[in-house]
Design a protein around this ligand. Structure first.
Ligand SMILES: [Zn+2]
Length: 439
């Protein structure tokens, strides 16, 4: 798997997947819903058949061993091969399952694209494969899909982008008008592979993979500028200023998440987990929680996309901290885990944008004391001089201040912003890479 990924980077293409919200007419929404239902139907049918075949296989497997193993020396070659096959392929082939399902197709199924069935069975095949490949972290036997699951979806390898609009494949024999789907953003060129459609909280989305030739990505113009980016709970500091990453609307969404989480927990406590999960009210709250998650994630994505674009537009080199460095205090943030994940998002998005646009990304050494160093004279605070998340006890420094006590420093005894100082220390690494270590 890794080799393949490495190959992608080395090749002349970038593979990139992008998600869009889909806006559809009422008729097309119906089609999307129908496809979701049909995909689930195919998956569950295939899984039932697969389970049967698998049990039969297991019995067969046992017979093979008990019958043939004791007579080791008398086995013919043919028997040996059978035994080996059983051992290597404990799961039936997905093509076999597909063919059986196609044979048993009922009339109504022909009003759906045949690709829906094919892709559902293929994906189930992958799920079975990872079930046997126990090295995979989330291995487990594939499950039946529920109509009540908050996320429903289907896949298509036939949908086409024409003039920025998305056309689903038309099932054979359908005479009705086929309307295009409108996407929330202009799609890119060079779509490739299978598109994933899904519905969540009454909204429709599609993920489209792209294979973009490297030569098509235009390098951004050099600006001759460089900056460090210091990550903090509510804001990121960079040379151009201070970018808030906790706007009011995100904070409010976090509050909502926390509120719904509490409601659900209380319901589980009072009514017992099993009972609570069956109640309509519980499901309704759960849907609201998921909608809030979705909204928070959208706001975060939007923020990160805009901020990273601004960075690659304006700077040739960007220095960021190693994310493990700051054990963030997030006491005043409602949804800490969700907020913390933004740092990962930031690094991921910035990494690929730098690569695309020919900009340099430098990650500071974990031990580089960006918070403890004075960006003006270079003195590094040690021992009880150190600045903690609460400031410095010995000198009574506040949590957001940095004061240099080196009498020879031009900034001696001057209050400066702690995060600004840290950001400048990161920026210095571009001209002085030799400092990028424990000091
Ligand atoms: Zn100093």
């Amino acid at each position: 798997m890794n080799k393949e990924k490495g190959g992608e980077i080395m090749s002349d293409y970038y593979i990139k997947t992008r998600s869009y919200e889909v806006f559809a007419s009422k008729a097309m929404k119906n089609i999307l819903d129908r496809n979701c239902d049909y995909r689930r139907y195919c998956w569950n049918q295939a899984l039932a058949l697969w389970n049967d075949l698998y049990s039969a296989h297991q019995i067969y497997d046992k017979i093979c061993y008990t019958t043939f193993t004791p007579k080791k020396n008398k086995r013919s070659n043919k028997l040996k091969i059978i035994q080996k096959d059983v051992h290597l392929n404990p799961s039936p082939n997905w093509r076999l399952v597909r063919d059986r399902l196609v044979e048993d197709k009922e009339d109504w199924q022909f009003t759906y694209s045949a690709h829906l069935l094919q892709l559902a069975v293929q994906d189930l095949g992958k799920a079975w494969k990872s079930f046997f490949d126990k090295a995979q972290p989330d291995w487990g036997k594939p499950h039946f899909k529920s109509k009540r699951a908050p996320r429903q979806g289907f896949k298509s390898d036939q949908a086409k982008l024409i003039d920025g609009r998305l056309f689903l494949e038309k099932p054979q024999g359908l005479k009705k008008d086929w309307e295009p789907l409108i996407l929330s953003e202009k799609p890119m060129n060079y779509p490739t592979g299978v598109m994933s459609f899904y519905r969540e909280n009454g909204c429709y989305f599609v993920s489209i993979p792209y294979k973009i030739p490297k030569r098509k990505i235009i390098k951004k113009a050099d600006t001759g500028k460089a900056t460090g980016v210091d990550l903090n709970v509510g804001h990121f500091n960079y040379l151009g200023g201070n970018k808030s990453i906790l706007p009011k609307k995100l904070e409010q969404t976090y509050e909502k998440i926390k509120h719904y989480q509490r409601l659900l927990a209380r319901k589980r406590e009072v009514n017992g987990k099993e009972q609570a999960m069956q109640s309509k009210k519980y499901l309704k709250t759960k849907t609201k929680l998921q909608a809030a998650y979705q909204r928070a994630s959208n706001i975060q994505n939007d923020l990160m996309q805009k901020f990273t674009t601004m960075l690659v537009d304006n700077y040739d080199s960007i220095v960021i901290e190693d994310l493990d460095v700051k054990k963030m205090m997030m006491s005043h943030v409602a949804s800490k885990g969700m907020h913390r994940s933004m740092f990962g998002k930031f690094r991921q998005v910035l990494s690929y944008k730098c690569e695309w646009y020919g900009k340099k990304l430098i990650v500071a050494n974990k031990l580089y004391p960006s918070t403890q160093r004075c960006a003006v004279c270079g003195l590094v605070k040690k021992g009880d001089e150190k600045i903690t998340l609460y400031g410095n006890k010995k000198h009574g420094t506040k949590h957001n201040e940095f004061i240099c006590y080196n009498p020879n420093c031009p900034n001696y005894n001057k209050k400066v912003d702690r995060d600004e100082n840290a950001m400048l220390n990161l920026t210095i690494l571009i001209k002085h890479p030799e400092l990028n270590k424990a000091l």
